[in-house]
Design a binder for this molecule. Sequence first.
Ligand SMILES: Nc1ncnc2c1ncn2[C@@H]1O[C@H](COP(=O)(O)OP(=O)(O)OP(=O)(O)O)[C@@H](O)[C@H]1O
Ligand SMILES: [Mg+2]
Length: 400
Amino acid sequence: MAAQESQIVVNGLWKVFGAKPDQVFQPEHAAKSRAELQDELGLVTGLRDVSFAVDRGMVFVVMGLSGSGKSTLVRCLIRLIEATRGQVLFDGEDICGYSQAQLIEFRRQKTAMVFQQYGLLPHRNVLDNVAVGLEIRGIDKPTRYRMATETIETVGLKGWENYRPHEMSGGMQQRVGLARALAVDPDVLLMDEPFSGLDPLIRREMQDELVSLQTELHKTIVFITHDLDEALKIGDRVAIMRDGQIVQQGSPEEIVTLPSDDYVTDFVQDVSRAKVVQAQAIMSEPDVVIYERQGPRAALHAMRQHKLDAVFLISRSFTLRGVLTKQQATELAAQNVRSLEGATIDSAVTTTPDAYVADVIPMAAQTERPVAVLAENGSLVGEIGRDALLAAVAEDGQGA
Ligand SMILES: Nc1ncnc2c1ncn2[C@@H]1O[C@H](COP(=O)(O)OP(=O)(O)OP(=O)(O)O)[C@@H](O)[C@H]1O
Ligand SMILES: [Mg+2]
């Protein structure tokens, strides 16, 4: 993890609440749990030796139950509360060494935050709420109104500029909160359970929109949630927190397929693997493929040898042409056709390597043949048979 690649690097971060927090670092307390430290010393270990890095343009999700330290972590990242020990680097610079003035400048220029409780100014309309961060940066009124208007459109609230927060639904208010954060075009977006207060359907819609916005914005985002489905949907990487510690971090697929301990297993047991495992993880190389130039007799021979009723046919440019069945090959052979170029064959059911198994399952129902996995250029990179799909789904059941 090279520092110059990562926008945020956190090293050995501790936050201990209470009087004389440094006591927890004394050797005799080193092995004690959070509960023991609280009982014996009256200190709450909000963060315990937390380390991670977030690469530029990535969404890093921190997930954990209530009280696990998520908000403490996100606040320590920009020193809204001061860590007891450890390092926070933004673009390679240790912000713990910043003066108060530098810190304020850093927060304004580089970061923006979205909270669960929206944090909107009740007496200001949407336009003024969204323009707040720009105003603080000293941007003149016409410019900040123009920028705010653009951002309001980005989050789908065009036409609502003159409304007050209380005239809007929770989901809309959170869009205003998001617009306010995006308006200042921060390098880093910190989001502390932004969707937790929303109804499930609105919440899902906001998640989808964040994912789609992010494909254009490429912001570095630290996103806090206590919902695993949300974490897996939004995160490029997910860290799971428990009692102030990160107990596991990895890609969504790693978290679900290789839960590191019982705590994480408990979290993931309800999640369908099919939603996070991709086609490329379960595809196999086809036993046999036929090239157009080979002709129908060669195809029949190969099918007989491999006990298949059909084979994938590959074109001269190495893209997938379709599926050649035994019956088609037999008819073509009877007509003394030499090459399969120009032959009428069936089309294949295809998917891409990054498709989720959950989306491949309904495709498999449309065909007797394995589903063909195609690279972007149309070349066949693998196939997924029923067995592989069944196995993927069956493991799902065992995980519980
Ligand atoms: N100012 C404080 N003084 C003392 N203890 C605190 C303080 N702030 C947080 N804590 C404690 O630190 C722990 C972590 O709190 P934190 O708010 O970070 O949890 P969280 O994961 O964000 O929870 P939630 O999902 O409920 O928001 C809790 O045990 C909390 O009681
Ligand atoms: Mg919190």
